[in-house]
Design a protein around this ligand. Sequence first.
Ligand code: FES
Length: 119
Amino acid sequence: MDEMVSLAAQDDPEPYFDAHIFVCCNRRPDGHKRGSCAAKGSEALRDYMKARVKEAGIPHARVNMAGCLDRCEEGPCLVIYPAGVWYRIETRADVDAVIEQHLAGGGRAEALRLPPERS
Ligand code: FES
């Protein structure tokens, strides 16, 4: 079943958060063939993002650590729901760009986006 199927039901509530951000903090052993986001620094970036979002006073946004999001080779990665937008974040400057352009600005940090297609 490759087709996208909508799982939305008519009486589903509005999303609880405007931006629910999941930062992959999965760690695999060194040398694992897929690597892992934590081995590429995602835990510190998640901590930084959580603090910056709070400092910026962005309403109805929540930053959570996540287990493997299955885009390991493209990481460190995060996804923002309900928009379903994925980003690769390698530095604090990348996190700042996502906050400023997406969360505060309402646009997209295009330079950091991961492709939306399923591989
Ligand atoms: S380890 Fe981060 S997506 Fe798999």
